[in-house]
Design a protein. Structure first.
Length: 295
C-alpha cells in the first residue's frame, strides 16, 4: 500500500496523532461513519462519529490470496447501529472501508482495509461482525454443478427471464400480516393458486423495505389468497406496507418450458443418470436391447 509522503513524514517524526476511521455502506445505501478518536472527523463526504461504542480488533492482512480478516465490535444503540437494523439484515454483506488517519490533518491518511461485513452475532446489547477482504470472493466455488434441476435463479443473468412481465410479479398491499410470515390478500385475481410457490416476496415500503423471503405456499381459503413464507421477514412489517410477489420456479424443465417459455436458458441436466440408474444391473428377464431404461 502506498503511503503519501506527508503522512510518511508524520509517521517517522516521533510523536504521532493517529486514529482509525471506518465507513459502512449498508445494503439499502445508507452510509455510516465511525472513529475511535474522541472527536468527530470528516472527509470524503462522510462524517465519522466518535463516542458510538464502536471499536475494531487488530487487522490481519496478508500477501497472496489469503483472506484478510478481522472483527468490528461495538454496542447496539439507537443513535449508531440499532439492534433492529442488525436483526433486519441491513448490515449483512455491507461494504466496509477502514483508514488510518492523522486526526490533526485528515488529508494525511491511508486506506487499511476494503471489504465487507460477514457474520454478525448479537448478545447482551452488543454485536461483533467478522470482516472479509476482497480476496474472499476467490474463496467461493465457481462454475456449474451437474444436476438435474436448473442451477440458475429465476430472473438472474443465467436465467435471463424478465420477472417484471405482466403476470409474473404483482405489487400489492396485504390486508393482514401474521408473524411477519403469513400474508393475506383479499384481491389477487387472474393468477391461479400455487402460482407464487417457490417464488419470493419482496418488501417495497416501510421499515423492512429491501428485505425479502422465499414463499413456501400459495393457497386460497374462503376467497382469501394466503401467501406463506418459509421464515419470517426480519424487519418490522405491517399490513399497510407494499410487497411484491414474484412467480415461483421449482427449477424443473417442464416448469421452465410451459410456465416461463424459457427452456432455451434452462441450466440443468434433466437426463443425467441418477443414483437408481447407477445401481442397476443386468437381468435375464425383460427386454435387454440396450435401449433407454426410462419407461
Amino acid at each position: 500500500m502506498a503511503i503519501p509522503e506527508a503522512f510518511q513524514s508524520h509517521l517517522t517524526g516521533g510523536a504521532t496523532t493517529l486514529t482509525r476511521a471506518w465507513a459502512i455502506t449498508r445494503r439499502d445505501g445508507v452510509v455510516l461513519g465511525f472513529t475511535d478518536h474522541d472527536c468527530d472527523l470528516a472527509f470524503e463526504g462522510i462524517t465519522f462519529r466518535a463516542e458510538t461504542g464502536m471499536s475494531a480488533k487488530a487487522l490481519s492482512q496478508t500477501t497472496g490470496l489469503s483472506v484478510d480478516n478481522s472483527a468490528a465490535v461495538g454496542a447496539l444503540s439507537s443513535e449508531a447501529i440499532s439492534e433492529d437494523d442488525v436483526a433486519a439484515g441491513h448490515y449483512d454483506g455491507a461494504h466496509l472501508r477502514i483508514w488510518l488517519v492523522n486526526w490533526t490533518d485528515v488529508a494525511q491518511r491511508v486506506a487499511l482495509f476494503d471489504g465487507s461485513l460477514d457474520e454478525i452475532t448479537r448478545s447482551a446489547g452488543a454485536f461483533e461482525a467478522e470482516l472479509r477482504g476482497q480476496a474472499e470472493v476467490l474463496n467461493q466455488p465457481q462454475g456449474r454443478v451437474y444436476q438435474a434441476p436448473c442451477g440458475a435463479v429465476l430472473g438472474d443473468a443465467a436465467c435471463g427471464f424478465d420477472t417484471s412481465q405482466p403476470g409474473f410479479s404483482a405489487d400489492l398491499v396485504p390486508d393482514a400480516v401474521e408473524s411477519r410470515r403469513i400474508f393475506r390478500f383479499e384481491e389477487l385475481a387472474g393468477l391461479q393458486t400455487r402460482w407464487f410457490e417457490h417464488g419470493r416476496l419482496e418488501v417495497l415500503s416501510g421499515p423492512a423495505a429491501g428485505l425479502s423471503g422465499t414463499i413456501k405456499s400459495d393457497r386460497e381459503e374462503n376467497g382469501v389468497r394466503i401467501v406463506e413464507l418459509w421464515s419470517s421477514i426480519r424487519g418490522p412489517l405491517s399490513a399497510g406496507d407494499t410487497v411484491r410477489l414474484v412467480a415461483g420456479c421449482d427449477r424443473r424443465p417442464d416448469t421452465c418450458r410451459w410456465k416461463f417459455n424459457n427452456f432455451e436458458n434452462f441450466r440443468g441436466f434433466p437426463h443425467i443418470p441418477g443414483e437408481d440408474w447407477l445401481m442397476t444391473y443386468p437381468t435375464s428377464s425383460g427386454v435387454n436391447d440396450g435401449g433407454s431404461l426410462k419407461s
